[in-house]
Design a protein around this ligand. Structure first.
Ligand SMILES: Cc1ncc(COP(=O)(O)O)c(C=O)c1O
Length: 379
């Protein structure tokens, strides 16, 4: 086996020294307060069985797509899946990518270009950052959820700009669980003639069709990202927008063009999960909301709100500064049966290390109370 280049080896050693080394671990059999499976759909037998039935009924006996969507991989389930996604999220068109990471990479590397300006929230997801890095556009961050800062930057940087301005945010932030004022953001985008893109990965299913559609803002946003790997319990993602945006992406989004398409089983699962969300599964959305309300009430009853970031979503972050401290807290909770993952720097800023608690429809009130009691000892 050949040795690692010196630089790479040093980076690994530095991570170890900082206590932030990442490892691939198997999930233990603990109470789930960490997965993005907010509605329990990834473990739903109903969705699994329905997905298999869809494959059988359509006589699809293929394990893989066999090629990119541009070649032989655009199999028969893509059209009904995209139609379902468009309809549910009230979009003119949906284009399915292999993952949210791929969708953001494909979109941001292809849409904003030379001469354009991207203004992005400083806490935006890594997949958007990576897409932006592949774009020739100038990119500037604005302070998290701070629309005054954004407006100032639009006014300052628009002067003399030859191209377009793109504004980028998330409707629920993945590592914080909070949301921007989307009505104000939409108005700001309209007033400034900018194109607004909203990543709804953590809002889909948790907040129905996503906050943009639930608030009736879908026709005032240029593009949305919805993912199927979180509340939908499946895999893949879609960019929602105008039909000609879809045509453009099919021609220019390299992560779509140069990658093997999703296998038929993934599409069948997506179709099945959307069916469930609009049927029996709607009760899970209600259960999740009840758990979110219960969790928040219990936290504030004990006077713990000051340790938490403000959130109405399924993601609740308890700040425990320091990689070692937050890792130890997560280990203690695991010893007591709770799976809560530590979020370390550099994933979040130094000093903002946290326990990221994900609530689910299937968590019981007894479990939630047990977790909060466990936190009490750590705080
Ligand atoms: C906000 C956000 N966008 C995009 C993604 C990427 O989605 P996927 O897991 O489907 O690649 C994630 C995943 O963590 C995310 O949190």
């Amino acid at each position: 086996m050949s040795k690692l280049p010196l630089k790479i080896g040093k980076s690994l050693e530095r991570r170890k020294g900082e206590g932030s080394i990442r490892e691939l671990k198997f999930s233990k059999d603990l109470l789930d307060f960490s997965s993005n499976d907010y509605l329990g759909f990834s473990r739903s037998h109903i969705i699994w069985k329905k997905a298999n039935k869809i494959l059988e009924e359509n006589l699809i006996l293929k394990n893989g797509a066999g090629g990119s969507r541009l070649l032989t991989g655009n199999h028969a389930l893509y059209s009904p899946a995209e139609a379902l996604v468009e309809n549910f999220h009230k979009a003119e068109a949906a284009l399915i990518f292999n993952s949210g990471y791929d969708a953001n990479l494909g979109f941001f590397s292809a849409v904003p270009g030379k001469g354009d300006l991207i203004l992005y929230d400083e806490l935006i997801h890594a997949s958007i950052r990576d897409g932006i890095m592949l774009s020739a556009a100038k990119a500037v961050k604005f302070r998290h959820n701070d629309l005054k800062d954004l407006e100032k930057k639009i006014n300052r940087l628009k002067n003399g700009l030859l191209g377009e301005v793109f504004l980028v945010t998330e409707s629920i932030f993945s590592m914080d669980g909070d949301s921007p004022d989307l009505h104000a953001l939409v108005s700001l985008a309209e007033e400034s003639g900018s194109f607004l893109i909203v990543d709804e990965a953590h809002a889909v299913g948790v907040k129905g069709a996503g906050i943009i559609a639930e608030e009736g803002l879908q026709d005032r946003v240029f593009a949305r990202l919805v993912t199927f790997g979180k509340a939908m319990g499946a895999h893949g993602a879609a960019i929602l927008g105008a039909a000609d945006l879809k045509d453009y992406l099919v021609n220019f989004a390299r992560s779509l063009i140069y990658s093997t398409a999703l296998p038929p089983h993934s599409l069948a699962t997506i179709i099945s999960a959307y069916g469930e969300l609009q049927g029996e599964g709607a009760t899970q959305v209600q259960r999740l909301q009840e758990n979110i309300d219960f969790f928040k009430t219990q936290v504030s009853k004990r006077g713990f709100q000051k340790h938490f970031l403000e959130s109405d979503s399924a993601i609740h972050c308890c700040i425990l500064p320091g990689n070692e401290r937050v890792k130890a807290a997560s280990n203690t909770l695991a010893e007591n049966g709770f799976d809560v993952r530590p979020i370390l720097s550099p994933t979040v800023l130094k000093g903002a290390e946290r326990l990221r608690i994900c609530l689910h429809s299937f968590n019981s009130e007894v479990e939630i109370n047990g977790l909060i009691e466990g936190l009490k000892r750590l705080l």
